[in-house]
Write a new protein. Structure first.
Length: 437
């Protein structure tokens, strides 16, 4: 079974709720009923209006001792959240440690967790504090209407059409940042990303001894660290400043391919809706483009392409997302825009049946035509044509393997681009084969 303890101490309320939905279809024995009631109770966030008394009462009828342990877990969690709001992180950790202990006892009694040493419990308590702190800040921002109820992230490797796509979306009614990165010779129609957010992400990567061009993994456990908590707090403030009260902020920065998993507390909070649009471009075109603009080594570009696509795909599994082929964006922007709008509209605002985009656009169809006109086919200057020079680069064994792998991933995603789960399956198969090679 999924590690319930790990999910709970990561404040993964969304995943726990999905797990409850799945378990509700398989209840049978008394023991399975007890597990369902326990997980249903555990899945309630400390800031939720639901108190869980119904689930706890049903659990007590099945297993009174487990119910007592979970009631103590819940009490400690609520105290921890109160201390977090007051910025008393030491006392919050003490309460989260107690909560983790009671939770582990309950799950161990139900047979759905493993033994843990005290050090491991303390580590999980620290992770819970950092995740809950980010959720508390997000809740405050939502309560004060400082951040939209729906965030749209445009993920994608550098030079993969993220700027063109984001520019088109802003013409269609989405909101770009107020502190736009200026256009230049490489992107004459603009980058459509926030200078302050880009700088924040660069500095955070530097703090972790990394860089946007690095293909090396970030340190283990980075997303649950104090540094990540502080990065999320700064990012929340910058989104509020750069996008104001916009209903559909289009947040674009290729660095988020690597960093998006660090926003797990937000994504799991159930406080906001999120959508992810992921442009994907042939790796050889990306390589040619980055070599021209940044003088980046061919092999390093391919490694970065594989890392960016793989991390973005894994971090967005189970969320509302859409992969967009770069060639389709350039050749048929109307179809690409329609796919993006279909992804966004159902989740724009659950409390409002009026179309968010129509509210922005007024005469929607005309605005959408203007939006697709933003895409200029002439700005595609790189082609995936294998020249003599390209063949020389690929000649080495290392580059040949990287090229083959990157192209295989690219083609696998394109062949499953309308099957979201299919994309995850093929990525897993490719990575499994890599590990076993």
């Amino acid at each position: 079974m999924t590690d319930i303890f790990l999910l709970a101490t990561s404040a993964s309320w969304r995943k726990l709720n999905h797990l409850c939905d799945n378990l509700s279809q398989t209840q049978g024995t008394d023991k399975s009923n007890a597990k369902f009631y326990a997980i249903s109770y555990i899945s309630i966030a400390p800031y939720s209006a639901e108190n869980g008394s119904r689930q706890l009462a049903k659990l007590a009828n099945e297993d009174a001792i487990t119910a007592c342990s979970l009631s103590l877990y819940r009490a400690s969690l609520l105290f921890a959240y109160k201390h977090i709001i007051n910025k008393d992180f030491q006392r919050a950790h003490e309460e989260c440690y107690q909560a983790s202990t009671y939770l582990h006892e309950a799950l161990n009694r139900l047979g759905i967790t493993t033994e843990l040493q005290e050090v491991a419990l303390s580590t999980r308590a620290h992770c819970l504090v950092n995740s809950l702190a980010s959720q508390a800040e997000l809740q405050e921002a939502r309560t004060k209407n400082k951040i939209a109820c729906h965030l749209v992230f445009i993920l994608g490797m550098h030079r993969s059409g993220t700027s063109a796509l984001t520019g088109m979306l802003t013409q269609a009614g989405f909101t770009g940042p107020s502190d736009l990165m200026p256009a230049d010779v490489m992107n004459p129609k603009g980058y459509w990303e926030s200078l302050s957010i880009s700088s924040l992400n660069d500095n955070f990567l530097l703090e972790m001894e990394s860089h946007w061009s690095s293909s090396l993994p970030l340190p283990a456990g980075w997303s649950e660290s104090i540094s990540a908590r502080e990065w999320r707090a700064s990012l929340l403030n910058l989104i509020s400043e750069a996008y104001g009260r916009a209903q559909l902020p289009a947040i674009k920065d290729p660095r988020f391919c690597t960093l998006i998993s660090g926003l797990e507390p937000w994504l799991e909070s159930r406080l906001i809706n999120t959508s992810f649009i992921i442009p994907i471009r042939h790796p050889l075109e990306v390589s040619n483009s980055l070599q021209k603009s940044q003088k980046t080594d061919y092999g390093k570009v391919l490694q970065l392409w594989i890392k960016s696509i793989s991390m973005a795909e894994k971090a967005t599994r189970g969320h509302r997302r859409k992969f967009v082929c770069f060639d389709d964006l350039i050749q048929d922007p109307s179809n690409a825009l329609e796919a993006c709008l279909k992804l966004i509209e159902p989740s724009a605002d659950p409390e409002n049946t009026t179309s968010t985009l129509n509210c922005h656009n007024g005469e929607g169809p005309e605005t959408l035509r203007q939006a697709t006109a933003f895409i200029d086919k002439r700005l595609k200057r790189q082609r995936a044509v294998i020249t003599e020079k390209d063949l020389a680069k690929i000649a080495s064994c290392r580059n040949a393997k990287l090229t083959s792998l990157a192209i295989e991933m690219y083609q696998a995603i394109l062949s499953n681009i309308t099957d979201d789960q299919g994309i995850s399956r093929v990525i897993d198969r490719i990575e499994t084969r890599m590990l076993n090679a």
